[in-house]
Design a protein around this ligand. Structure first.
Ligand SMILES: [Zn+2]
Length: 151
């Protein structure tokens, strides 16, 4: 059933609710008390993704190859020239920053586990001084991309 609901942000939006009446009433009360309307919710998600980053327009292929661990701006894909707006960390302070952005996007998107795990494995290896040849290669490849991008 559809309801006109007033959210805690002050906006009104139509939501569709299912289930028993008391559950629906509970949900509506929650929306009023602490829920955000879909528009505000989407805005806040974007703000979180953009935090500490700057939006850069790049070719989709570049994003997929080099910046896939970054979040992308909502509805920013341009099918005509195959570009997308990517939230790239503002100032690169190295692996630490990259890992924190990866971890954040990992939680947000629920993917990229392997890449994040790899980054953490490299970090651990660096800290313990037991970095292997394969990890050095990965690290150098990542660093090269980063330096190319920020020069
Ligand atoms: Zn709102």
């Amino acid at each position: 059933m559809k309801y006109e609901v007033k959210f805690s942000c002050g906006h009104t939006a139509t939501v569709e609710l299912f289930g028993p009446t008391n559950e629906r009433e509970k949900k509506i009360a929650w929306y009023k008390e602490s829920g955000e309307c879909p528009e505000c919710y989407a805005k806040n998600v974007e703000a979180r993704k953009a935090d500490g980053c700057e939006s850069r327009i790049m070719h989709y292929g570049d994003y997929k190859t080099n910046w896939f661990w970054c979040a992308t701006a909502r509805d920013s894909y341009n099918a005509k020239d195959k570009t997308i707006a990517v939230y790239v960390p503002k100032a690169y302070n190295g692996l630490e920053d990259m890992i924190s952005v990866m971890a954040r996007n990992d939680r947000e998107k629920g993917k990229r586990d392997a890449y994040t795990a790899n980054a953490y494995a490299i970090k651990d290896a660096l800290e313990s001084g037991k970095i292997n040849q394969e990890q050095v290669k990965t690290l150098v490849a990542i660093a090269k991309k980063i330096f190319e991008f920020y020069k």
